[in-house]
Ligand binder design. Structure first.
Ligand code: GLU
Length: 274
């Protein structure tokens, strides 16, 4: 059993991350497996070395440990580029220059994760790509090539059971995702994450419930690319209201700030209900 904690070094870890990390290591322990740390640093405009260093420090302080070497996505850019080439060869990618405001102006409807791309650039051929264009996956075409989607198993408390994506619903609620980001050409999360989960041999993906809907797209990517579909476990999020289970806490306050104020790792565990 292999699972992972996969933070992005775009800021300091906060209590929500602590809860997520503790859950990852707990599930690994319960199932007699191992927890890996993966640094999801593909966003070249927002990721910073000092935040990566702070991730190591905060997790060690919490008493968590992981095997070396740590998988950093910025060390694997060639792998993501190769995957994009494979998708391009299959005619599944198209260039897109649409801005957020253009997408809004085109009458895009809300989906599971913001506005659903209305397909403005879908008929543009790849040879027509200009520097700075994003690359999007033609989801309807991808689903047709992928064939029947497998059901996936969810073991988290909120959606426990077996789930099968409905292609028409995915098209309506996700639309054509960006797999290579505009301007920077950085690989997008929905490409890098499922690729790495396969490359690292993840049997279980443990992460926050905010990524529940992303899983449906990740199963499409896995089916399309011939990658195995892991077991998923989406945990509830730490909330900073007076939640049912958790005491009143500031979920977005940095762990480093709590530490500077004298909190102990045991205090943090207690605050997030461990
Ligand atoms: N890097 C993502 C984040 O920090 C998590 C990705 C995942 O666990 O799949 O939200």
């Amino acid at each position: 059993m292999i699972t992972r904690f996969a933070p992005s070094p775009t800021g300091l870890l906060h209590l929500g991350h602590a809860y997520s990390a503790l859950t990852v290591w707990q599930v690994a322990r319960d199932l007699g497996g191992i927890a890996l740390l993966r640094i999801e640093d593909t966003d070249s405009t927002r990721c910073r070395a000092e935040f990566e260093a702070a991730i190591y420090e905060d997790l060690r302080w919490l008493g968590l440990d992981w095997p070396a070497p740590v998988w950093r996505q910025s060390d694997h850019l060639a792998d993501y580029a190769r995957a994009l080439d494979r998708l391009a060869d299959r005619g599944l990618l198209y260039p897109c220059a649409c801005s957020r405001s253009a997408i809004k102006a085109a009458g895009a409807r809300p989906g599971w994760d913001g506005l659903v791309y209305p397909g403005t650039c879908r008929s543009r051929p790849l040879d027509d790509a200009r520097p700075g264009d994003a690359l999007r996956l033609d989801l309807a075409k991808a689903l047709a090539q992928a064939g029947p989607l497998p059901a996936f198993t969810e073991t988290g408390p909120l959606h426990m059971g077996s789930h099968q994506a409905e292609p028409d619903e995915l098209i309506a609620m996700i639309g054509d995702p960006v797999l290579r980001r505009k301007e920077t050409g950085d690989p997008a999360y929905h490409l890098a994450c499922p690729l790495d989960d396969a490359a690292q041999g993840m049997t279980h993906v443990v992460r926050g419930a905010d990524l529940w809907h992303a899983t449906f797209l990740h199963v499409v990517m896995q089916t399309l690319m011939g990658w195995p579909v892991p077991i998923y476990h989406h945990h509830d999020l730490v909330r900073d209201d007076t939640g049912k289970r958790l005491a009143k806490i500031d979920a977005s306050k940095a762990l480093a700030s709590y530490r500077a104020e004298g909190a102990t790792p045991a205090d943090i565990r207690a605050m997030v209900g461990f």
